[in-house]
Design a binder for this molecule. Structure first.
Ligand SMILES: [Zn+2]
Length: 135
């Protein structure tokens, strides 16, 4: 499972980098996602309930495929977005995260205001203070 998880992580990393750089997504990334999905097999089952019957999907996938499939699903959702320009790398050079900019004016810079946003604002504040002190 660890190897499959590492492969998927590396694939998703390449996908995010390519999208942010406006470069094409390699076929190998799509193959990795599709290979994982091909192992995510399930079939419908009719289940008796208090008031009647319900249809449930019974998964026959291994536990590690069940764990990784939602990540492949999220990657698929990402790749089907109409506008890749809203996928951005965090403005903090030390941060590895990418985000989907849903802000009103699409000028978001940080993966999270609570993490990188505050860190970068505090760093900018102290840099301004340091420069003022030198004058
Ligand atoms: Zn960040």
């Amino acid at each position: 499972m660890l190897e499959q998880a590492k492969t998927l992580r590396a694939t998703l990393w390449v996908v995010a980098e390519r999208i942010a750089a406006c470069r094409p997504i390699p076929d190998s990334a799509i193959d990795t996602i599709n290979r994982l999905w091909s192992q995510h097999l399930s079939y419908p089952q009719l289940v008796r309930t208090k008031g009647g019957f319900e249809r449930h999907e019974h998964s026959v996938a291994t536990q590690h495929v069940k764990l990784l499939a939602p990540l492949a699903e999220a990657a698929s959702d990402l790749l089907r977005l109409p506008d890749f320009t809203l996928i951005k790398k965090c403005g903090n050079a030390a941060c590895i995260l990418y985000f989907y900019d849903t802000s009103k004016n699409h000028r978001r810079n940080w993966c999270s205001m609570h993490l990188c946003g505050n860190r970068m604002k505090v760093a900018a504040y102290f840099e301004r203070k340091r420069r003022q002190a030198k004058r």
